[in-house]
Ligand binder design. Structure first.
Ligand SMILES: [Fe+2]
Length: 232
């Protein structure tokens, strides 16, 4: 499709137009090297089957109806994180998260995260310069989490949120941090490279909750339990 459009552009603007000594193009696309465009790969889905934004032949994929998409994928959005990729792009990815989730970890990375709440209200616990506090993100509201801020989304049933995150630079790692619910001591801070946030976070959390050596507070001996899905 793009190749065809570029061809049309070359036809209608065979040469750049000179105006007051400056080169201008009647159509911006005429500056694109069409062979480079034609030869570029256009996978409609990434290796995990998630949409890339392309339709597979070099066209932009059609818009997605979020209600229909959520209904079709709801059974795949399960605790602990309850997330699924809506788009898996080169520069950033978009996830929908359908509550309930079941998390007692704090996520932290140097990347920024954009949260938008589509259905129901949720609570995001953050640890920042003001201390430990819960920020309520209500239906229709958006928030932005700067890099380096530990955050713990708490999502109840019948909620739906959208989160946008950037692709991590090769040297950037994730932190999955657990604090003791009794004395707030640091229990475990796992730093790891994460190429797939949906798969790797689930695996890392399950491994932590299953290992008493990892999930027992070194300060007071209280175990960090595997949480049940939230009921509210
Ligand atoms: Fe996060």
């Amino acid at each position: 499709m793009i190749a065809e459009y570029a061809q049309i552009c070359r036809k209608c603007t065979p040469e750049p137009i000179l105006t007051n000594g400056r080169i201008r193009y009647a159509v911006g696309m005429s500056k694109i090297n069409p062979s480079a465009v034609v030869n570029a790969p256009f996978p409609a889905n990434d290796s995990l089957g998630d949409p890339t934004g392309w339709d597979g032949v070099g066209g932009v994929a059609s818009a997605i109806n979020l209600s229909a998409w959520t209904a079709a994928n709801r059974h795949l959005m399960v605790p602990p994180v309850s997330n699924k990729y809506l788009f898996s792009g080169k520069d950033f990815f978009v996830m929908l998260i359908a509550g309930p989730n079941a998390r007692n970890d704090f996520h932290m990375t140097n990347s920024e995260e954009y949260f938008m709440q589509l259905q129901g209200d949720v609570s995001i616990r953050v640890r920042d310069a003001h201390g430990i506090r819960d920020i309520i993100l209500r239906e229709g509201e958006a928030m932005f989490i700067p890099g380096g801020v530990p955050h713990r989304p708490q999502r109840g049933p019948n909620t739906l949120g959208l989160v946008v995150e950037r692709r991590r630079p090769p040297t950037e790692t994730e932190h999955m941090i657990f604090f003791c619910e009794k004395c707030d001591a640091l229990v475990y801070d796992q730093e790891f490279a994460c190429s797939d946030i949906v798969k790797h976070f689930r695996e890392a959390m399950e491994a932590f909750w299953a290992d008493p050596k990892l999930c027992t507070c070194p300060s007071c001996g209280t175990r960090v339990p595997k949480p049940s899905p939230r009921t509210a």
